[in-house]
Design a protein around this ligand. Structure first.
Ligand code: GUN
Ligand code: ZN
Length: 463
């Protein structure tokens, strides 16, 4: 069945339906950064997938065909809408311990002075449990339904992060960090062999647990802290097991120069990863501020994606990524908070800092084609799902995809937004939410059809 709105519909058996919502849905498609479905009916099946999208005015017929009573339908309020859950394509869960501090030096000093000592503490599983529980809860409440996490070099603590994400219901890629070079903090590194073996153990044990929404991601920290031997071994592991890969690339000029010196046989920073089979269509590389056109072409050819981390790029004075240029090269791109180089764990902050950076580029060059808020909305949702090669499952409201969604109430009592003119236009409500909203406006969060926020409504085996 097809509606005049273009909503695709399928028929789900009554018994297999879990929830039905009626109201406004906003999302992106590859063709439109913002599509608004007004007065739509969306059904979620017991597997958490979107079973149908129909017109609200066809409520009676839909209820009849699905064997529903109209009281089974949840009606959104006047200033509410559903949007897809946001995808944080790059966040260091371990660095949440010092988020909001320590932003007074550039990247390489910052790693040595603050980051490596902070990450070394995750040998202690009880500390890891505290930090990881906080970061998963905080990001869920702020609308991150999918997170691509760096943990630390510690296998047990990295497995614990996977368990906590699973228990709290967040979709996650979890990476045990690999690094066999570290001159600054000698106790925070592994031997090449240890890094390889522990990565194999981490992947094996995480997969064995069969968490439905949590997968491992191969995680060389960056070319500066990995030998060529280790990079090659990690490329092999990813290829043999068809796994995701994440790392950092071309974040800061000093780092780019150092990589040139460490890998003189490579043509570029990107080429270092390419030579070691680390650029695939399941690879996401954070930052990319200084990627050349040739490097971006290599990203497109291999299917690798960029995670844009604007808060971190500014906070560590690393650079300003020209997202428009990345899009022009048809490279997949999503947004990342990059906690704690970025001080905020909220994807709404990543949306705002993306707009700020684009506007700063326009101030520098009035010819620059500033990103629109609709385009940035797409980057935070569908773009992120593409960057993580999960767009067949999540990213927007398409029948057959998982229902990962935020119920947003722009006018929530006690919230941060005053609707002076009682605006009802969904596009205005979305823009207000993206610019002014916070977790108070995110009244419910769903991952794979399961309500995971408010947090109290779920089984809490993770404190
Ligand atoms: N490059 C290597 N490691 C890191 C990290 O932890 N944060 C950031 N922003 N860049 C990195
Ligand atoms: Zn990072």
């Amino acid at each position: 069945m097809s509606t005049p709105n273009g909503h695709t519909t399928t028929v789900a058996a009554a018994a297999s339906l879990r929830r039905v919502f009626r109201g406004t849905f906003v999302h992106s498609t590859p063709h439109a950064p913002l599509e608004i479905l007004r007065d739509a009916l969306l059904g979620v099946d017991t597997e958490g997938k979107i079973a149908f999208i129909e017109r609200g005015r066809d409520l009676d017929a839909v209820c009849e065909s699905h064997g529903l009573d109209s009281s089974d339908v949840t009606h959104l309020e006047q200033h509410e809408f559903f949007m897809p859950g946001m995808v944080d394509t790059h966040i260091h869960a371990s660095q949440y311990s010092y988020a909001g501090t320590a932003l007074d030096v550039p990247l390489l000093q910052w790693l040595n002075l603050y980051t490596f000592p902070a990450e070394a503490r995750f040998k202690d599983l009880s500390f890891a449990h505290t930090v990881y529980s906080h970061v998963v809860k905080r990001t869920l409440r702020n609308g991150t339904t999918t997170a691509c996490y760096f943990a630390t070099i510690h296998t047990e603590a990295s497995l614990l992060l996977g368990k906590i994400a699973n228990d709290l219901g967040q979709r996650a890629l979890v990476g045990k960090v690999c690094m066999d070079s570290n001159d600054a903090v000698s106790h925070y590194k592994e031997s090449t062999q240890e890094s390889y073996q522990e990565t194999c153990r981490f992947i094996g044990e995480l997969l064995e647990r069969k968490y439905p929404l949590v997968k491992p991601v191969v995680t060389p920290r960056f070319a500066v802290s990995c030998s060529g031997t280790l990079l090659g071994q990690l490329g092999e592991i990813a290829r043999n097991n068809d796994l995701h890969i994440q790392s950092h690339v071309s974040e800061n000029l000093e780092e780019v120069q150092l990589v040139k010196e460490l890998f003189p046989d490579s043509q570029s920073y990107t080429d270092v990863y390419h030579k070691h089979n680390l650029l695939t269509d399941k690879t996401v590389m954070a930052h990319g501020c200084y990627l050349s056109d040739e490097e971006l072409t290599l990203f497109r050819e291999t299917g690798a994606s960029v995670s844009h981390c604007p808060n971190s790029n500014i906070s560590l004075c690393s650079g300003m990524l020209d997202v428009r240029n990345v899009l022009k090269h048809r490279v997949k791109i999503g947004l990342g908070t990059d906690v704690a180089g970025g001080y905020s764990a909220s994807m709404l902050d990543a949306v705002r800092r993306t707009l700020d950076t684009s506007k700063a580029l326009t101030i520098q060059d009035p010819q620059h084609h500033t990103l629109t808020f609709e385009e940035v909305f797409r980057l935070a949702t569908l773009g992120g799902s593409q960057a993580l090669a999960l767009d067949h499952e999540i990213g927007n409201f398409e029948v057959g995809k998982d229902f990962d969604a935020l119920r947003v109430n722009v006018a929530v009592a006690g919230g941060p937004i005053d609707l002076i003119q009682h605006e009802e236009e969904p596009k205005i409500l979305l823009e207000k939410f993206l610019n002014l909203g916070d977790d108070r406006n995110i009244v419910e969060v769903y991952v794979s059809g399961r309500m995971v926020v408010p947090l109290s409504q779920q089984p809490q085996d993770t404190e």
